[in-house]
Write a protein that binds this ligand. Structure first.
Ligand code: GLU
Ligand code: ZN
Length: 300
């Protein structure tokens, strides 16, 4: 375990939640649900709600998406506390954590390709651990001394992930030299003192790795809650990659009511005629994580 000098263990005295969109496109209904659920859970608990732009993957970014996302959140009345954090401005901290891992001999360089790992059975077995490869053309993997595969989820209850996958040494710096999502997300959730992470079920499995990483870094982890994903009629997850339609910035009320319904909050009919402040006040007051369904039958 590294007790990171850069990341001091946080004691979570209060609620701090966050919404962490990647600027790979505009907000769609799926990301509105993520923004709204994390916002309402924070505000219902008198907490703070932060926004972090996860812009560490320039090839996947769309020009102007960050500012469009922020404008949309504002027009939906979802105002954030504190300054927006941009991951592109955190590179020194990520480098520092990578250096700490190396110093503690908790990471190594790996030259294996995806095809090689697949051919060896699909699970990375630590092939390069003892090879002392140089950084050149290599990814960096963390030695997964924790191997967390089970955790308690605020919405899903007990979650059990594939044990072999959960025990893999995972990538913290990619071969193309970009920081891996797992590294950046954990470092920033610690850096921002996040106590609660409410997000979609697509991140159920990555959460096990993230929990391992908290342990490796010697930090306590936030609580996690994963709501079901909104899917298209064909059963695909709504995502920027499959061009889910962006939500209408000029008509927040119907989208917010649809998102509340999706989240099991049963908004009363009269809310259709409410203004934005009234609607959000109702939603904060009546928010109940216990009402969020574990899975979602309604297909959009
Ligand atoms: N940036 C990620 C995404 O947009 C979300 C990360 C997270 O909530 O931890 O899918
Ligand atoms: Zn390898």
């Amino acid at each position: 375990m590294v007790v990171s000098q850069l990341l001091r263990p946080q004691t979570h005295l209060s609620y701090r939640g966050r919404f962490a969109p990647s600027p790979s496109g505009l907000l769609h209904f799926g990301s509105l649900i993520a923004a709204l659920a994390s916002y309402l859970d924070a505000k219902h608990n008198n907490g703070q709600w932060l926004v972090r732009i996860e812009d560490i993957d320039p090839p996947r970014e769309k020009a102007g998406a960050s500012s469009e996302i922020l404008k949309t959140l504002e027009s939906y009345g979802l105002h954030w506390d504190d300054n927006v954090l941009y991951q592109s401005e955190q590179t020194q901290l990520y480098q520092g954590v990578l250096a700490e891992l190396a110093q503690h001999k908790l990471s190594y360089h790996c030259a294996c390709t995806r095809a090689q790992i697949k051919a060896a059975g699909g699970i990375y077995q630590g092939h390069c651990r003892a090879l002392q490869l140089s950084k050149h053309n290599c990814a960096t993997r963390v030695i997964n001394t924790a191997g967390t595969s089970e955790y308690h989820d605020l919405i899903q209850g007990q979650v059990s992930c594939n044990q072999q996958l959960a025990q893999e040494d995972f990538i913290v710096r990619r071969k193309d030299n970009l920081f891996a999502y797992q590294l950046a997300v954990v470092v920033d959730d610690i850096y921002q003192g996040i106590s609660h992470v409410i997000r979609g079920c697509d991140l159920l499995e990555p959460t096990a790795r993230q929990l391992s990483f908290y342990q490796i870094l010697g930090n306590s982890a936030p609580k996690f809650g994963h709501f079901p994903l909104a899917v298209t009629e064909q059963g695909y997850k709504l995502s920027k990659q499959n061009n889910a339609p962006s939500i209408d910035r000029n008509a927040p009320i119907p989208s917010l009511i649809a998102a509340l319904t999706f989240l099991g909050q049963k908004p009363p009919n009269e809310l259709k005629d409410a203004n934005l402040d009234e609607l959000l006040a109702w939603a904060i007051h009546h928010w109940s994580l216990a009402k969020v369904p574990k899975s979602q039958e309604i297909v959009l």
